[in-house]
Design a protein around this ligand. Structure first.
Ligand SMILES: O=C(O)[C@H](O)[C@@H](O)[C@H](O)[C@H](O)COP(=O)(O)O
Length: 232
């Protein structure tokens, strides 16, 4: 599917504009069917966007927020994406939103994925908004090059839900929504910042296997148009 690049003069300008776009999309979904959903990424890039979005005056009590992926750590662990969302997005007006975590206290990451899949099924499909990030290795969500379940994660026929991923570059074992869960969001955003990430994107947009740079699966096969938000 096609992608559109939205470039901004600064990260602050990007955060404000993306927050406006997402707030409008969530409000339109609420107007249309009484509820809305958004899956966001962790990492360092989205913090300013989360903070900007949290101040928007929309019907947050009708919004469900979840994560695109999560490290297999509890929410009080510094590596937790839940902790990042709690501290930066579930604040201000957005405090009223419902949050559905991916991490589940379970004996194994596989059991946690099974539990998370059941819980996430309540959110409804497709997501109204998905915000993806991208690592320097071309991963997105927890679709890491060399990942233990990468082929399954990227296979369009894999049922929607959460699967596990382990990879050298991932740190802890991961819990990640599958490609099939993310690729048809009403608003599908790739949010990246810095010259380095722009170079990684250019390489990803070139030829090569999806397994080498998994973001290629989104850029090449997502049902929804990919809105790329970039600032230096
Ligand atoms: O759990 C995570 O880390 C994210 O979901 C991951 O996919 C992230 O989006 C990229 O690694 C980019 O991270 P930065 O924004 O920190 O570069």
């Amino acid at each position: 599917m096609a992608s559109t690049l939205h470039s901004f003069a600064s990260a602050a300008d990007l955060a404000g504009s993306l927050a406006d776009k997402v707030a409008k999309t969530l409000s339109a979904a609420i107007a249309a069917r009484g509820s809305a959903s958004i899956a966001v990424s962790g990492g360092s890039t989205p913090k300013a966007f989360f903070q900007a979005l949290s101040t928007h005056d929309i019907a947050w009590d009708k919004v469900t927020i979840t994560l695109v992926d999560e490290r297999f750590v509890p929410a009080d662990n510094a590596r937790s994406n839940h902790l990042l969302v709690d501290a930066n997005l579930l604040q201000n007006k957005a405090k009223a939103a419902r949050f559905v975590p991916l991490y589940q206290p379970a004996a194994s990451v596989e059991e946690a994925a099974r539990l998370a899949t059941v819980k996430s099924a309540e959110i409804g499909i497709p997501f109204d908004v998905v915000i993806l990030g991208m690592g320097g290795d071309g991963h997105t969500a927890s679709f890491f090059p060399g990942g233990s379940n990468l082929a399954e994660a990227l296979d369009a026929s894999t049922p929607r839900g959460i699967i596990t991923m382990e990879a050298e570059g991932a740190g802890e074992p991961r819990l990640t929504f599958t490609f099939s869960s993310l690729q048809d969001a009403a608003l599908l955003v790739l949010h990246i910042e810095g010259e380095g990430k722009k170079e990684v994107l250019a390489k990803a947009e070139g030829s090569g296997d999806e397994a080498e740079m998994p973001i290629r699966a989104i850029l090449r096969r997502a049902t929804s148009p990919v809105e790329i938000y970039w600032a230096p």
